[in-house]
Design a protein around this ligand. Structure first.
Ligand code: SF4
Ligand code: SF4
Length: 357
């Protein structure tokens, strides 16, 4: 595919660059793609935008011009750049982030029956304009508690509910798919299952996912994986300004304690006798909301940081809230993903949190 050499080039505004120590990335926030690029290409994109390719080539040796040709072919063919004689008419997308909800998402943990006043919590979440809740049952006898919660959401601000529960022989697929008559239920994940399987629910977009993962408590959360990377304007701008896991989140652990996330030690009262609103005005509770990826060790040199979720509950150095997520096995030097649990440098933290693979 040929492109004009004498017209200035510009990166599309939806294509955002993230510099890393060993490589960089282009996040295409419209097509939701994340493309690693060499740092030499990042330099061209940062320093030479608004120039034509023929002008840029004058700054480089003939050998480097050949590499430039391959770079620009790649950028043009993948719709990262366009050519215009008036680049000033294409402003950058603002990197601010705003959401009107005081709380956007909540996690509610249970072991068998709720140990706290669930209806009170749901009412308070609605007052805070919460949109999404995740119900995590670590043990379950039947679906009574799940159905009770789903039934209680009429008139609530909550628009989607994800349910996680263990496999139980007596709870068959038909029992689970019946729950989708409640319109806010968006998905069910059944862990400790015999095999990995995704089953569609008739007449719904939602699925029931069966997973062989062994989960007994909240310590299974916090895994960092490229499958969870997100390249959207909302995620990108939130990541530039706030924490990508804990911003606008509140949680109730299986004992009814209010926390940023159930895996954290710090708690802010019992959900049955503490109003959630009184918790989210406390500076101490809000401190995690403001920890951005570019402030976190290792992540601040990783080119995936604006697409990657975070975890502040399991850290490589449990004494440092700016430490990297413990459950990340990415090695920026080699660009390989390795098994985090086997990393000798993580052994002390794994023992500290008493984690099992
Ligand atoms: S901070 Fe970590 S453990 Fe807590 S909800 Fe987020 S990813 Fe999960
Ligand atoms: S180092 Fe790991 S946790 Fe940090 S941004 Fe990169 S992939 Fe994500």
């Amino acid at each position: 595919m040929s492109y004009p050499e004498n017209i200035p080039f510009k990166l599309f505004a939806n294509c955002k660059l993230t510099a890393g120590k060993n490589f960089s990335t282009i996040s295409d926030l419209e097509n939701q793609g994340i493309q690693p690029i060499p740092n030499s290409l990042l330099t061209v994109l940062q320093e030479n935008q608004g120039m034509s390719i023929s002008e840029i080539k004058k700054l480089y040796t003939p050998d480097e011009s050949t590499i430039l040709d391959s770079y620009f072919s790649f950028l043009f063919e993948n719709d990262y750049i366009f050519f215009t004689t008036s680049p000033e008419q294409f402003p950058e997308i603002e990197e601010t982030w705003y959401a009107p909800e005081a709380i956007f998402s909540a996690i509610m943990d249970f072991r068998y029956e709720p140990s706290y006043d669930v209806i009170k919590v749901l009412n308070e979440l609605s007052v805070l304009q919460c949109k999404h809740i995740q119900l995590r049952f670590f043990e379950i006898e039947d679906l009574t508690a799940v159905e009770h919660i789903l039934k209680s959401l009429d008139g609530s601000t909550i628009i989607s509910v994800d349910v996680l529960m263990p496999h139980k022989d007596s709870i068959i697929f038909d029992n689970l798919s019946y729950l989708f008559k409640y319109p806010r239920l968006s998905g069910i994940t059944v862990f400790n299952a015999e095999k990995e399987e995704t089953k569609s629910v008739e007449g719904k977009i939602a699925t029931i996912d069966y997973s062989v993962s062994k989960i007994n408590n909240c310590s299974s959360c916090g895994k960092i994986d490229q499958r969870y990377f997100t390249a959207t304007i909302n995620f990108y701008t939130e990541s530039k300004n706030f924490n990508t896991c804990l911003n606008r989140k509140i949680s109730i652990d299986e004992n009814g304690l209010i926390k940023n996330c159930p895996s954290m030690i710090e708690s802010y009262g019992h959900a049955s006798n503490t109003n959630l609103h009184d918790v989210i005005v406390q500076g101490e509770f809000l401190k995690y909301w403001h920890i951005r990826k570019q402030e976190i060790k290792k992540c601040n040199e990783c080119a995936f940081r604006n697409a990657c979720s975070d975890c502040r509950a399991y850290l490589e150095d449990p004494t440092d809230i700016y430490s990297a997520p413990l459950k990340c096995g990415f090695k920026p030097e080699s660009q390989n993903w390795e098994e985090w649990f086997n990393d000798p440098e993580k052994k002390r933290a794994i023992a500290y949190y008493n984690l099992e693979n």
